[in-house]
Design a protein around this ligand. Structure first.
Ligand SMILES: C[S@@+](CC[C@H](N)C(=O)[O-])C[C@H]1O[C@@H](n2cnc3c(N)ncnc32)[C@H](O)[C@@H]1O
Length: 318
């Protein structure tokens, strides 16, 4: 993303800091360190680096996570006509205790689940977020929606019948369902559940993915982070490696990836590891704080890796 394209402050009414400086080339490590420090602070910023009178580096960093309601953040983005390159989401969904009865254990034994709830807040319906997604996503881009057996029928019905303008020309186009195969199974009253759906949509023209050799069956272990008490931190945490496949196939470096229901931040981490920018939203304060910690750690690890592999910030020419 080019500096000056759209100042981040205009998007979210946040004060954007502009950093910059004139430094000798030998300071590249210092600059690298400085930028990564900024990146890990959860701050939108612009950075300009001059060397020998020329602009050598310009960064307009949009990486930002919000502890807020996704609907209200999306409305702010829409009001500022702010668009993203890729939308990947894992929305809060309803489940039934009956369909997953037996000895399923884990999240299905939680009290809220008996009311069709896994999270404190999952009262949103697809009708609340889908029109906003359409508005926020750039033309000719992809949108992925992760969901389960209980919700997919309704989701596909709404996706197929919901138009976003009066002449019924603007809608999401269904591309296909991908399957995420986990290595664990959940006991039910019929067959054991071992996969989840990822609905793939496009807005606008057809666009091929970056690696057409990717299978629509994606197999990644369903490993979840545990707290100090040994309990799972987030019941529906998604594997970072799975999210990376979707991100790297449907966006390019520096593109902006948006996850309005980020949980403990897996999509944001996958984005930063794939050299994309991210915007994430999570309503639950505890999950938000865990995301913040995880993202900070991921930036630190990335910095260490870069320090090892990068001789100079601008390549060998400097
Ligand atoms: C299915 S989980 C996402 C988990 C995520 N994929 C991960 O790997 O951690 C959905 C999340 O949406 C959050 N949520 C529910 N309502 C929300 C809202 N109105 N705005 C933002 N987040 C919300 C829930 O707290 C929950 O963490």
């Amino acid at each position: 993303m080019q500096l000056g394209e759209v100042p981040p402050s205009r998007m979210f009414d946040l004060s954007t800091k502009v950093y910059g400086g004139i430094l000798p080339n030998c300071c590249y490590k210092l600059v690298r360190y400085y930028i990564t420090e900024l990146e890990s602070k959860n701050e939108t910023f612009s950075f300009l680096f001059l060397c020998g009178g020329k602009i050598k580096l310009k960064i307009n960093s949009m990486n930002k996570i919000f502890n807020d309601d996704a609907i209200s953040i999306m409305d702010k983005m829409i009001a500022k006509n702010y668009k993203v390159d890729l939308l990947i989401t894992d929305p809060p969904y309803k489940i039934t205790a009956r369909g997953n009865g037996g000895n399923s254990g884990g999240m299905f034994q939680k009290k809220e689940v008996n009311n069709g709830k896994i999270f404190k807040t999952n009262d949103l319906e697809i009708e609340d977020w889908l029109p906003r997604f359409y508005n926020i996503l750039k033309d000719n881009s992809h949108c992925y929606i992760m969901t389960n057996n209980k919700n997919i029928t309704n989701y596909l019905k709404v996706i197929d019948t919901m138009y976003f303008n009066e002449d019924k020309k603007q809608k999401f186009h269904f591309i296909k369902n991908l399957i995420w195969v986990k290595d664990n199974k959940i006991m039910g009253q019929t067959y054991m559940s071992q996969f989840e759906y990822i609905i793939m949509l496009r807005k606008g023209e057809h666009k091929k993915i970056n690696d057409c050799g990717t299978s629509d069956v994606l197999q990644f272990p369903n490993k979840k982070m545990k707290g100090e008490d040994g309990k799972t931190i987030h019941d529906t945490e998604k594997p970072i490696e799975l999210m990376k496949v979707l991100i790297e196939n449907s966006s390019n470096e520096n593109d902006i990836v948006f996850e309005p229901f980020m949980g403990i931040g897996s999509t944001c981490i996958a984005s930063l590891l794939s050299n994309r920018q991210y915007i994430g939203v999570e309503l639950d304060e505890n999950y938000y704080k865990i995301s913040e910690e995880r993202i900070k750690k991921a930036w630190e690890e990335k910095r260490k890796e870069k320090d090892l592999t990068q001789k100079t910030l601008f390549g060998d020419g400097m």
